[in-house]
Design a protein around this ligand. Structure first.
Ligand SMILES: Nc1nc2c(c(=O)[nH]1)N[C@H]1C(S)=C(S)[C@@H](COP(=O)(O)O)O[C@H]1N2
Ligand SMILES: [Mo]
Length: 542
C-alpha cells in the first residue's frame, strides 16, 4: 500500500545537497570561462576577515595539523587547497540546511515555485552582495557576477521545489493497487533520472572548469616556457664560495614558483596594470599617482636578495623562501611626496583590505625598506602581490603587504595592521632560527682515514645576519658548523657540518647565534603570537 508521503526536512537536506553539486559545478565553470565570482571563495574570504582571530587561529591550526599528519610536501599550497575545499563544503552545508527549510515550508504551503525561489534568493542574494563587496579576483563586472549568482541560487531553489513536488506526488486515495504501483515506479524512475542529471552536470561542469582553468599545452609540447628570469642568465653572487651545501640542503635561491604563499584570499586579487596606480596622499605637500612605469623608470631600481618568513612558520617549516626582489626605496617615493612635518606614519593599504602602518622615520633610516615590483627580474606573480608589495627587513611577512594600492601619510598611529588587530605580535621581528635540512647518510665523505656524514641546512635571523651555527649529536658538545657566504646581509645562511661517521641511532640538533651575538632561543614556543622558537632536531639511523 502507498501513503501520501510528504517529504520530510531530512529529505530536503539531502535534495539540497544533491542539487548543490551541479550548482557549484556550474558556478565554477562560469568563473573559469566568464570570469564571474565563485561565491564559496567570497564567503570564505569574508569570514576570514570578520571572524575573531582566535577562531581563525583554531581553523589554521586545524588545517596545518592535517597537512602535517598527511605529510604533505608544500604547506602553503596544501593549505590553500584545503581552504578552497572547506569553502565549497561550507556552501554545500548551507544549501543542505536551506533544502531542509524549503521542504519544511512546503509541507504547509502550496506555492512551491515561489517558496523555492525565495529560499534560493535568501542564500544567493547575500552571496551575490558579498561578491560585489569583497571580491578582487574576478574579471567579470561585479553587477554581472551578482545577477548571475542570484539567478543560479534562485534556480537551485526552484529545482528543489520541483523535486519536492515529484516526491510528494501520490495517487488519489482509493486508486487501485496496479495504478498505485505505477506511481511508485514513476517516482523511482524520477529519482534515478534526477541522480543521473545532477551527476552529469556536476562532472561535466567541474571537469570542464578544471580543464579550462589550466592553459592548454600546444601540440603536446610542455607549457610555453615562462619568460626567463634574472637567475636564468646570472650566477648568484656567492657562486664561487668554496663551501658546497650538504647534499639534500634546500635550494639557496627559491625558484619563484616554489616560493611559499600566504595571504587571506582564496584567490589572489587580480589587479590590472592599466587601471592601477599607487596613490600617495594625506599629510603631504605633493600627492602622487604613480603608474607601474613611473616606479620602474622614474626611480633608481634597487635589487636585494631577501629571505621572507611567515610568522606562522613552525621551527623547521617550509613557510620561508629566498628570492631576488627589485623595487624602489620607500624613502625615495615619500621624499617625492614631501610629507608634512606632522605626517609621522605611512599607512599602506592593499587591494584585499590588508594594511600596515610604519613610522616614516623607519623608512628614512633604512633604505632597504622598499616598494618592490619584481622578483627574479620579472613582474611579481599575481599571487605574490602584483603589481607592488613592500619589503621591511627583519620583520615577518605579516607586516609586509602585497597588492599595495595606496600610502596615506598620517599623524596617527592607529594600530599595527591587519594581523595585529587579530592578536598577533605588534612588532613581529623575526626570531632567529636554524634548521637541519639533511643528514646525508647516502653521501658519505672520505677525509683521509675518516668517514664523514654531511649534515646541513639553513639559519636565519632577519637583517641581524648569522654569526655562527653549531651542531650537537645526542645532546653532546656543540660543534661549530661551516657557513657559506649568504646571498645578502638579509638572507638565510647555508651551513654545513661534516660529522665523523659512527653506526648507530642519533639525534642531531642545531642552534645559531645572530650577527649581534645573541643566541637563538632554545625554549620551545608555538608560532602564536610572535613566531616559533626552539631547537630543530633530526633523527638519523646510520
Ligand atoms: N595584501 C596582503 N598582503 C600580505 C598578506 C595578505 O594576506 N594580504 N599576507 C602577508 C603574510 S602573512 C605573509 S607571510 C606574506 C607572504 O608573502 P608571499 O605569499 O609572497 O610569500 O605576505 C604578506 N602580505
Ligand atoms: Mo604570514
Amino acid at each position: 500500500m502507498y501513503r501520501n508521503l510528504r517529504p520530510t526536512p531530512l529529505a530536503g537536506a539531502l535534495v539540497g545537497g544533491l542539487l548543490a553539486a551541479p550548482l557549484l559545478a556550474v558556478l565554477y565553470l562560469a568563473a573559469v570561462v566568464a570570469g564571474t565570482t565563485f561565491p564559496p571563495f567570497d564567503l570564505f574570504d569574508w569570514l576570514a576577515r570578520v571572524l575573531p582571530g582566535s577562531l581563525i587561529r583554531a581553523g589554521i591550526n586545524f588545517i596545518v595539523s592535517i597537512i602535517a599528519a598527511l605529510n604533505l610536501e608544500d604547506t602553503s599550497r596544501s593549505a590553500k587547497t584545503a581552504e578552497q575545499v572547506l569553502a565549497v563544503v561550507l556552501v554545500a552545508a548551507i544549501l543542505m540546511f536551506a533544502g531542509a527549510v524549503l521542504f519544511a515550508l512546503l509541507r504547509y504551503g502550496r506555492r512551491e515555485r515561489l517558496a523555492g525561489a525565495v529560499v534560493g534568493l535568501v542564500v544567493g542574494l547575500p552571496l551575490a552582495l558579498l561578491g560585489i563587496i569583497i571580491n578582487t579576483s574576478a574579471a567579470a563586472l561585479p553587477p554581472i557576477s551578482a545577477i548571475w549568482t542570484a539567478t543560479a541560487f534562485l534556480a537551485w531553489g526552484v529545482a528543489g521545489a520541483w523535486v519536492y513536488r515529484w516526491l510528494a506526488a501520490a495517487p488519489p486515495p482509493g486508486t487501485p493497487e496496479p495504478a498505485a504501483a505505477v506511481y511508485a515506479l514513476d517516482r523511482r524512475r524520477f529519482l534515478v533520472q534526477l541522480g543521473g542529471a545532477t551527476a552529469t552536470i556536476t562532472v561535466v561542469g567541474a571537469g570542464l572548469g578544471a580543464l579550462l582553468s589550466r592553459p592548454l599545452p600546444a601540440d603536446g609540447e610542455p607549457q610555453a616556457a615562462a619568460a626567463p628570469g634574472w637567475s636564468d642568465s646570472h650566477a648568484l653572487p656567492n657562486a664561487d664560495d668554496p663551501l658546497k651545501p650538504a647534499p639534500g640542503t634546500r635550494p639557496e635561491f627559491t625558484p619563484v614558483r616554489d616560493h611559499y604563499r600566504i595571504d587571506v584570499n582564496a584567490l589572489p586579487p587580480a589587479l590590472d596594470e592599466a587601471d592601477w596606480t599607487l596613490s600617495v596622499f594625506g599629510l603631504v605637500d605633493n600627492p602622487l599617482e604613480l603608474t607601474l612605469d613611473d616606479l620602474r623608470a622614474g626611480f633608481e631600481p634597487l635589487h636585494q636578495f631577501i629571505t621572507l618568513s611567515c610568522i606562522s612558520n613552525p621551527v623547521g617549516g617550509d613557510l620561508i623562501s629566498t628570492q631576488r626582489w627589485t623595487g624602489v626605496p620607500l624613502r625615495a617615493v615619500l621624499d617625492r611626496a614631501a610629507p608634512l612635518i606632522n605626517g609621522g606614519y605611512a599607512l599602506i593599504r592593499s587591494a584585499d583590505g590588508f594594511d600596515e602602518i610604519l613610522p616614516i622615520t623607519d623608512a628614512r633610516r633604512d633604505e632597504r625598506i622598499m616598494l618592490a615590483y619584481a622578483w627574479d627580474g620579472l613582474p611579481l606573480p599575481t599571487e605574490h602581490g602584483f603589481p607592488l608589495r613592500i619589503y621591511i627587513p627583519n620583520l615577518y611577512g605579516m607586516k609586509q603587504p602585497k597588492w599595495i594600492v595606496s600610502i596615506e601619510v598620517t599623524d596617527r598611529y592607529e594600530d599595527g595592521g591587519y594581523w595585529v588587530r587579530k592578536g598577533w605580535d605588534e612588532v613581529a621581528r623575526v626570531k632567529s632560527t636554524s634548521v637541519i635540512d639533511t643528514v646525508a647518510a647516502g653521501d658519505l665523505v672520505q677525509d683521509g682515514d675518516r668517514t664523514l656524514v654531511p649534515v646541513g641546512g639553513i639559519a636565519y635571523a632577519g637583517s641581524r645576519g648569522i654569526r655562527a651555527v653549531e651542531v650537537r649529536v645526542n645532546e653532546g658538545e656543540w660543534f661549530p658548523a661551516q657557513l657559506r657566504a649568504p646571498l645578502s646581509e638579509t638572507t638565510w645562511v647555508i651551513w654545513r657540518y661534516d660529522w665523523p661517521f659512527q653506526a648507530g641511532e642519533y639525534r642531531f640538533e642545531v642552534r645559531c647565534i645572530d650577527g649581534g651575538g645573541a643566541a637563538q632561543r632554545e625554549e620551545r614556543h608555538d608560532v602564536y603570537p610572535s613566531g616559533a622558537t626552539g631547537l630543530h632536531m633530526r633523527r638519523a639511523n646510520l
